[in-house]
Design a binder for this molecule. Sequence first.
Ligand code: ZN
Ligand code: ZN
Length: 425
Amino acid sequence: MAMADFARPRGTYDIKPSETPAWQAVEDLARTLFSHYHFEEMRTPIFEHTEVFERGVGDTSDIVQKEMYTFVTRGEKSVTLRPEGTAGVVRAFVENKLYGGPLPAKLWYLGPMFRYEAPQAGRNRQFHQYGVEVIGSSDPRVDAEVIELGARFLLEAGVADARLELNSVGCPVCRAAHRAALIAHLAPIRGSLCADCQGRFEKNPLRILDCKKDRDRPEVKSSPRITEYLCADCQTQYSAVKHNLDVLGVSYVEDSTLVRGLDYYTQTTFEFVDDRIGAKSTLLAGGRYNGLVEQLGGPDMPGIGFAGGVERLLLARAVQEEEEGAAKIDAYIVTFGSDLTIFDASLRVLSLLRKAGVTADLDYAGRGVKAQMKTADRLGARVAVLLGDEEVANGAVTLRDLMTKEQNQVSEDACVEAVLALLSR
Ligand SMILES: [Zn+2]
Ligand SMILES: [Zn+2]
């Protein structure tokens, strides 16, 4: 009873000393890589006036409707723990009149965010995000630079094969035409959509394409695509972004259903996805938000950025490391029995192999033959060197090619040469 009172709140966790080095590595990478791309760090408060998120994230978004930690202060002002980074950074950009300085402003941040969500693997109520924002340029080279930086960040953080999905969600002009077509197309099933989608049907029907409950329905899947309605400006921008990504050697998959869960996006949207950590799990995502600066009281000025979760990143990296196994080895020595003569022979062979430049190891835990063979597999060994009574009596070893499963006995003296021959096959 008393213990429960002192337990940490649901959806939070402690980062223990054994775990902090991984966090520090991500923080160091953000600091060095982002400044390498000439971004400067912006630190904003953990809480803001609630209006910043209502205006900045959008009042039809799930975040604002359901997930914010909002409370009233003694001064009777409504404040909210930040659920994401962009709104606060843009608010700070406007409030500190950074638009009067050199443009575009290139800012990055990293820190804790808060959302009242059902806790699950990789999803916490206090979580951490890193992100970048470029404010004051609509040049499509900026879009490509931001996306390339995202790709590079994931790669250097140790996630090798996240898939990049790309789309354009257009501007208010082309979205109006698309919205009308979308509303007409979905009107017959309006009554059977989830409550959220019914609520935002008129205001933001685009979000229905992104709704977890409705997006897989055939009527929703066959909806008119925003890319078919892009105005000339948005089409030119989208083509140029793709061209610039090609120039930078960044590969992408176009996905016309990618609309992102936030209201502020315009034109370019993108996500880096890793399917290994759960169904369609987004590691890093972002897009353009050309109306946001003005909505938060600043001048009419374009912007683009991305954000990624540190917890997801560490999870993806752990999965990948597990898949790749520990450091690979060439040969693994498997001993049958614990006779001293067998052990002596195993040490001799191990030493000979290593002297010849073969990466080799053996089991010191006294495990059975089956477990030793399993370890050989897990370590990616090409050759198992088997040593038992028979081999020792013959002054020999049995080499098992773990790829072809062939095995043959060779004398201890010829062992190194035979292993090298197998490895060069
Ligand atoms: Zn447009
Ligand atoms: Zn829905």
